[in-house]
Design a protein around this ligand. Structure first.
Ligand code: NAD
Length: 513
């Protein structure tokens, strides 16, 4: 299966990819193994960049940018349209490679590539809408407007769990904005990155535009560090943990560069007493169990009204007990593996801490073992939080399928509980009442403090049309839809005097005669 996929995607002919020998877990220096998390075995080796090859790529990106920025934006849009169409053709094999390499189920792997197709479509339209405003000047015979200009080669650092779409969000918008992308993917998903980037670069090159989509693969200490320190890169868009964001943010701030940070989440769903519990159940189940809890938007906390907490919990516990765990490429599977053994250990550590802190494990709580579960599988887990006792583990983002259940009496109390997290990414409420929904969405900003707020939908599964991102420790960045494109451009305010006298702003007289 894996060899067929690699061939379909041309990875068997890529200089970076080492197909043999991969049976050995200690590859030669300079090669990283891409591992299948469902089996714990290598898929292929990938050659890492060195300082020299990295510098070559950077120089090509700088030169590529100088050419690309001169191409009219609607023409850049046509290139992105062809790239989107090519991804449509590769939707299935690329989606399957995502599933193979990071363990999300096939439907979600394909859905991820669909997100890149969708953002490409969005970017094509945008290529004719990179509007600046015209504003009235206070001075007679003056005209004032703003224009948006290409920014430069931009650095994209992506997390393992969205090895295709995170780049797509950045690269498709960046491309119509006139930027070149230098992508540093996670070392847990280098094959998806190579295949994804090669498709875009090939299509653009065939249309006469080369060096628009660049890729560097290497360790954080060497290649990551070079990227974030590089003054030729005016914007670093980094997706990953809050720990990474603190490092990257401070390095880029020190050189006065621009950062777009998309970091961790600790997302909650509030369920009111009057909620449609069927809807709520579906939203919670997908949000907490989907992608084995490895989405930044995964539901980690359920805050349920005391009047419905018991029946809702019972229903979830029963569904968790029956969930199909296994090979992500098997259509019957709902939950694939965690990315690696370290994640399994973090899951087990969180469960142990939760128990120490008075939590009650209602279902799950251990590794998932059995036939076909030789990789990094865990049981989706529900933990009841003790009443009136601190429960610090629920403040941590454990990247695994653990759902903590809290109960509450009043909507104000529930909103305060939902906001009581360091991160502020995604939030949701299930209710049939306008009062609770509007309090949650308070125009005074007194409701949810997250970047994403959903009513009668779960926390997970954003559409590309909206700006995506979060507040507080999530980093404040916004990607994808709405006006996120502005971050990939620089704004220039233009003032033109078409009169014959020099007039100063604010009516200042500075007479020379
Ligand atoms: P991670 O922080 O370990 O790694 C993310 C990326 O940062 C990788 O490419 C890694 O190589 C790179 N990196 C780490 N340290 C670096 C450094 N010092 N210099 C340069 N690059 C560095 O995260 P992960 O385990 O891959 O992904 C899971 C995390 O990502 C979770 O916290 C999740 O919530 C978050 N995430 C957030 C979003 C979002 O949009 N907000 C989306 C996906 C994942």
């Amino acid at each position: 299966m894996s060899m067929k996929l690699l061939r379909q995607l041309g990875l068997d002919n890529d200089d970076r990819v080492v197909l043999e020998p991969v049976g050995d877990e200690t590859p030669e220096k300079g090669i990283v193994l891409s591992m299948n998390p469902a089996t714990g075995t290598p898929i292929a080796g990938v050659r890492l960049d060195t300082a020299d090859s990295d510098e070559k790529t950077m120089a090509e990106a700088v030169a590529g940018f100088d050419r690309w920025r001169r191409i009219p934006a609607p023409v850049r849009g046509q290139v992105v349209r062809e790239i989107g169409n090519e991804y449509r053709k590769y939707l299935e094999p690329l989606g399957e490679l995502v599933a193979l390499e990071v363990g999300k189920i096939r439907a979600e792997g394909i859905g991820e590539v669909q997100e890149t197709v969708d953002i490409a479509d969005f970017a094509v339209g945008l290529s004719r809408q990179l509007y600046g405003k015209t504003m009235p000047s206070e001075r007679p015979e003056h005209r004032m407007y703003e224009q948006w200009l290409p920014l430069g080669p931009i650095g994209v650092i992506s997390a393992f769990n969205f090895p295709n779409a995170v780049w797509g969000w950045n690269a498709m918008l960046g491309a119509v904005c006139g930027d070149v992308t230098v992508w540093k993917p996670s070392l847990f998903a280098p094959l998806t990155a190579i295949a994804t980037n090669a498709i875009a670069e090939r299509v653009a090159a065939d249309m006469g535009y080369k060096d628009i989509f660049k890729l560097v693969i290497g360790t954080d200490e060497e290649i990551g560090d070079r990227l974030i320190h590089d003054g030729r890169i005016p914007l670093i868009s980094a997706t990953g943990s809050c720990r990474m964001g603190r490092i990257v943010g401070s390095v880029v701030a020190k050189r006065l560069g621009r950062c777009l940070l998309e970091l961790g989440g600790n997302n909650a769903i509030i369920v009111e007493g009057d909620a449609d519990l069927d809807l709520a159940f579906e939203g919670i189940f997908f949000g907490a169990v989907g992608t084995a809890g490895q989405r930044c938007t995964s539901t980690r906390r359920l805050i349920a009204h005391e009047s419905i907490v018991e029946p809702l919990t019972d229903r979830l516990v029963s569904a968790y007990g029956k969930v199909n765990i296994g090979d992500p490429l098997n259509p019957d599977t709902l939950v694939g593996p965690l990315i690696n053994e370290r994640s399994v250990e973090q899951f087990l550590r969180a469960i142990a801490k939760a128990k120490e802190q008075g939590g009650e494990v209602l279902v799950g709580g251990d590794r998932a073992t059995g036939d076909g579960l030789g990789g990094h599988f865990v049981q989706p887990t529900i933990i009841r939080v003790p009443a009136d006792k601190p429960f610090p583990i629920a403040h941590e983002e454990t990247f695994a399928p653990i759902l903590y259940i809290f109960s509450y009496k009043t909507i104000d109390e529930a909103i305060a509980m939902q906001n009581d997290a360091d991160q502020g990414l995604s939030s949701a409420i299930f209710t049939s009442g306008v009062r609770a929904a509007e309090k949650f969405l308070s125009p005074a900003g007194a409701g949810s403090d997250c970047g994403l707020a959903y009513v009668n939908l779960g926390t997970s599964g954003a559409e590309i049309g909206g700006a995506f991102g979060g507040e507080k420790d999530t980093g404040g960045g916004r990607e994808s839809g709405s006006d996120s494109w502005k971050q990939y451009m620089r704004r220039q305010t233009v003032t033109i005097n078409y009169g014959e006298s020099m007039r100063l702003a604010q009516g200042i007289e500075f007479g020379a005669s």
